[in-house]
Structure formats: C-alpha cells, structure tokens
Design a protein around this ligand. Structure first.
Ligand SMILES: [Zn+2]
Length: 347
C-alpha cells in the first residue's frame, strides 16, 4: 500500500490512517461547501489530537466561545455555560461593579445569552455611588467600624447575589455585619438596578491553545488553497511544530486586534475570514496568516520566512482569503493581498 505524509506530524502512514480535517473547526460553524482536507493530508492521530486537546479546550472557554454563543447560525442549547479560565466578565458600573458573571445560553434573550451573577455577598462601599465590595462567603472579612458606619448610612447595606440565606446569615452575624437594628432584606440585584442593561469588563487570555487553533485553521486553508506539496516545504516547519506540538519558536510571531481584516468584504458581522498575505517586516516581506472570527477579533501571525532572493510571485501566484458566512453557510474565496488594519467605523 502506498504511504502518505501527514502535513502536521510529517510521518509516513498508510491510507487508512488518514481522515478528513475541516479547514475551520466545526465548533465555529458548518458550511455548505465546507472546506475539508482529505486525500491523505492530515492523519487521524493529528486530527484526533487537534479536536480533543485544542478545540475542545476552547469550545466553551474563550472569547470566541462567547461570540459563538451569540452568533452561530445554529443556536446552542439553552443552559450551556461559558467557562471562565480564559475569559472573565465582571460588572463595570454602579451596583454591578465587581460582580463576576457567568454567561449562559438563553434563546429567550434577544442576545441569545444571559448573565448570571455568581453567588456573592456585597457590602456597601460607597453610599453616594451605590457601589459595593463583593466577596465569596468564605472570604468575607470581619466588619470594621468604618464599614458599620457606612452600612448605617445606607438603605441597602448588604446585597446577596444568590448565596443560600441559611448559610449567609450565620456568617454575617459571626463576622459582625448583622445586629438587631438591621433589617436584612434580600432583593435580587436586578430588582435593585431597575435597568435592563449594564456593562461588564471582559478580561480575556489568549493562550497557546487558542493561538494554535488559529494557526491550524490558516495552515489548513493554505493547504486547501495551494497544495499539500506546498505546505510540506521546510519553511513552514516552525509553524507546523508549534501547531502540532506547541513548541514555540522565537522566529514566529502573533498579533491580535479587535475588529476584522479591514479589506475583507464581509457579508455580515458573524462571518469568519481566513487568509494569507504578505506583511512588511524590517524592509522585507514575511508570509503571514490572518484569521477573523465572527467579524469581531483578528489574529495575524507569521507562517514562514521568504527566501529573500525569490520574488514573492515565484512563491505564490497570489495570496488568498476565504470568507465563511455564518448566515447562509456558504464560502466565498477571493484574492487578498491586504495588510491588516483595524476595523473601520460602521454606520
Ligand atoms: Zn499527523
């Protein structure tokens, strides 16, 4: 039987050790003319590794996962929760300031998600600004005289965002917050706020797992739109090694930015753009990949060096991008020799 070389691990394997690899991970949408690598390009072992070790890890735990909950054409089932290792949402104003929120899919909500406050106890911090210090129950400090003074000035000195009252009250008494002149009322934070909308700060971490998923998506696309022979070139060994084994090389780089690749014609705000292009660096050009998820967040990174003696047209006749439409699920391919810029203002 003829052996084939996998574009990621470079091992020679039998035909039956290969399977289909989707250019865009299926967690980011399925497309009618979905780009798939078949014909003995990615081996089963690499394919399984990518889905289990990389894609499953970010599926519900990344900024992209939040975008996916909101924008994917096929809504997720209700009640799925965003995990907070890579992304944390914390209330940013007034009574919500400092409360961590969990994002939950909710098809009854116009935004497809709702924000559940985590169970915390809030102690008045500023009577004028209506701000609180929030604690998980175990970390509630002993009440100071200052705090007691503020509490006496406030009409709502304590807020409970979901701790069982039977657990909360003994702790409040023990740490000096509850005494006889206090009537402790329990109102939901939403009752107090009276506003349907509030802002949160989003803290996100772009770790190696996320970067590798992005790099793999672009490298898959490079293979799809050029050829297997092209991506087997040794100039791509560093990015290949990073995608497959997580070994970072200082000769590679990553950049990211809010907003899409400016010159890509996106059919709607939720399409993805995957492409490769040339990027000027220290008076020469490097070959780069770019990827915009859900029209919202863009990664640009180096795929490989160029041989400086070779004109870029000798390496590739053109550079390309594909637009993955998350509304009608089609894909449009186009030439793309564009330099990344930040998002233009929308009307
Ligand atoms: Zn492989």
């Amino acid at each position: 039987m003829q052996k084939h070389k996998c574009i990621y691990c470079l091992q020679l394997k039998d035909e039956n050790e290969f399977n289909r690899e989707h250019v865009v991970p299926r967690m980011m949408g399925k497309y009618q003319n979905g780009f798939v690598l078949s014909d003995f390009q990615v081996c089963q072992e690499c394919n399984t590794y990518f889905s289990e070790k990389l894609e499953n890890g970010i599926a519900l735990d990344s900024y992209e996962a939040l975008l996916r909950m909101q924008h994917l054409d096929k809504p997720m089932s209700d009640g799925r929760k965003l995990i907070g290792n890579r992304i944390k949402l914390i209330g940013d104003e007034g009574i919500f300031k400092g409360i961590p929120f969990t994002v939950v899919t909710d098809s009854n909500n116009p935004y497809r998600i709702r924000f559940d406050s985590e169970p915390m106890v809030g102690i008045i911090k500023s009577v004028e600004k209506h701000e609180y210090d929030y604690y998980v129950l175990e970390e509630l400090p002993i009440a100071s005289e200052e705090v007691i003074k503020r509490m006496k000035e406030s009409t709502q000195p304590i807020i409970n965002t979901g701790i069982d009252r039977a657990l909360l009250e003994p702790v409040l008494i023990e740490r000096g917050y509850l005494f006889k002149q206090f009537t402790y009322s329990e109102k939901s934070i939403y009752d107090l706020h009276k506003e349907p909308e509030f802002t949160t700060a989003i803290n996100m971490k772009i770790d190696s797992i996320m970067r590798r998923v992005c790099a793999k998506t672009v490298f898959n696309y490079l293979c799809y739109s050029t050829s297997k022979e092209f991506v087997l070139d040794s100039r791509f060994d560093e990015i290949r090694d990073y995608i497959r084994y997580g070994n970072w090389s200082d000769r590679l780089w990553f950049r990211y930015s809010k907003g899409p690749v400016s010159t890509a014609e996106m059919p709607n705000d939720t399409a993805h753009v995957v492409g490769y292009m040339w990027y000027p660096e220290n008076s020469h050009w490097v070959f780069c990949g770019c990827l915009t998820w859900f029209g919202d967040f863009t990664y640009v990174f180096k795929l490989g060096d160029t041989d400086q003696k070779i004109q870029k047209v000798n390496m590739l006749n053109s550079t390309r991008m594909a637009c993955f439409n998350n509304v009608d699920r089609t894909i449009k391919e186009d030439d793309a020799v564009h330099i990344f810029q930040t998002r233009q203002a929308r009307d």
